[in-house]
Ligand binder design. Structure first.
Ligand SMILES: C[S@@+](CC[C@H](N)C(=O)[O-])C[C@H]1O[C@@H](n2cnc3c(N)ncnc32)[C@H](O)[C@@H]1O
Length: 289
């Protein structure tokens, strides 16, 4: 895992204890301006600011992204109404893979757009993300936002998670409990528990991967968010994607789905089963025998 430690500058009131606990887990350094303004207040790399109940990331490249923007995106997804059997992602995951013991591992969570899309189709999903920047934003947004479904995230490199589990010949993924973030809002708590029971007893039915290639128009993320991720995480952040794919194929019970730009070349051709096409994206499906 990249050891990027971000500062969070607290400009007014403190966030709730759960949010503070999360930031601590992500290794963020807190600077509380209500207490004193320390010498290291100005950072020459990206920095988070907590102001008025919103977390804002100021990137070194002078681009901003806030938890409010992320929440707006999630809420839009939750309110959209569309027939599930016409949705490319749902088709790619296999509609029968919803319910029962089935669950989806989103191995490249990013800012969670696809995670919440899959949730809106009724899939049980656990999102894994290795970047503290992404997990900080998405988890804080989810913790702070109203009417957001229960969410389950894991802060780690998906490759090490799978490798450790395979090495131990485990029939389910071996999570470090400290790095699991379960966000539940009171009455909905049982949803997360159900997922946690599943992830502790079976391998994922579907592994979903959305790599960040260094090409234009290859992702459905909003371009500003994508620019920030590219600049902050750096080119080469996903140089081990082939390894991630190979390992994913080992553990997925039913299939691995890779999201790509409609124009990109088919990769891992020998294992390829079929593609489902959206307007600008394509979901390449690798079925297990
Ligand atoms: C293109 S973004 C994914 C966007 C996401 N699907 C969404 O809807 O917001 C790719 C993300 O995968 C993460 N990632 C790449 N390789 C990873 C790995 N081995 N383990 C965990 N996360 C990884 C990157 O940090 C980045 O945030």
């Amino acid at each position: 895992m990249k050891n990027q430690k971000y500062q969070v500058v607290i400009e007014d009131f403190l966030p709730k204890a759960q949010v503070l606990k999360l930031w601590k887990m992500l290794g963020m350094e807190l600077i509380d301006l209500n207490v004193a303004c320390p010498d290291n207040y100005h950072s020459n790399k990206g920095q988070f600011h907590w102001r008025g109940g919103v977390l804002i990331f100021h990137s070194a490249a002078k681009l901003l992204i806030s938890t409010n923007e992320i929440l707006t995106g999630i809420k839009k997804l939750n309110n959209q109404f569309s027939a599930i059997n016409r949705q490319p992602m749902a088709k790619a995951f296999g509609l029968k893979n919803r319910g029962g013991n089935n669950w989806v591992l989103d191995g490249t969570l990013g800012l969670g757009k696809d995670y919440f899309l899959a949730r809106s189709f009724g899939f049980d999903v656990l999102g894994v993300e290795k970047s503290d920047l992404c997990l900080g934003l998405i988890s804080t947004a989810t913790l702070e936002g109203d009417k957001i479904p229960d969410s389950s995230f894991y802060f780690n490199d998906t490759i090490s998670l799978i490798e450790r589990s395979i090495k131990n010949s485990s029939n389910h993924l071996l999570f470090d409990e400290e790095l699991l973030v379960s966000i539940s809002k009171n009455s909905l708590a049982h949803e997360s528990l159900e997922l946690f029971n599943k992830i502790h007893s079976t391998m994922p039915t579907v592994v979903y991967l959305d790599p960040m290639y260094d090409e234009k128009n290859d992702s459905a993320l909003p371009s500003k968010a994508m620019q920030i991720l590219r600049k902050e995480l750096g080119v080469g952040h996903e140089s081990d994607f082939d390894k991630l794919f190979t390992l994913s194929l080992k553990i997925a019970l039913n299939r691995v789905v890779i999201k790509r730009s409609i124009k990109s070349k088919v990769k891992f051709e020998e294992k390829f089963s079929f593609s489902i096409f959206g307007k600008s994206t394509r979901y390449d499906v690798y079925l297990k025998n």
